[in-house]
Design a protein around this ligand. Structure first.
Ligand SMILES: [Zn+2]
Length: 124
């Protein structure tokens, strides 16, 4: 008895992955633009430009953090698709019990059941 609609899950994961990869692409383009504008303003010593540079750096850091999130999420989704192919999707990696379908619906790329997730998070 399947506890989830495999085709629907696959469509959803694939759509999420495409969305994230577009986001990564856009952020990567932005990263290059910020890097070149920082190089252009190097050594000017004008305070207003330094302020611009500081905000560009903050923007860059924020972008990097979002990019890192996107990359981590895309790895999780890719892993979920692989588990789907392998027939292991929806099974907790730690205890081997089925993951609650409602949990999977909210977070389709999770690999742990609620109990194991709580145990792992306490251990960190
Ligand atoms: Zn578990």
């Amino acid at each position: 008895m399947a506890q989830f609609d495999e085709a629907a899950v696959r469509r959803r994961l694939t759509a999420d992955l495409e969305q994230i990869q577009r986001d990564i692409y856009e952020r990567t383009q932005g990263e290059q633009a910020i890097t070149s504008s920082m190089e252009a303003s190097n050594g000017t010593g004008i305070s207003s430009e330094q302020a611009d540079e500081a905000s560009a750096v903050a923007e860059y850091d924020r972008n990097q953090a979002m990019l890192e999130n996107d990359r981590a999420l895309s790895r999780k989704i890719e892993a979920a698709l692989e588990r789907l192919d392998a027939g292991k999707y929806g099974v907790c990696e730690r205890c081997g019990q089925p993951i609650n379908p409602r949990r999977l619906e909210a977070l389709p790329y999770v690999t742990l059941c609620v109990n194991c997730q709580a145990i792992v998070e306490r251990a960190v």
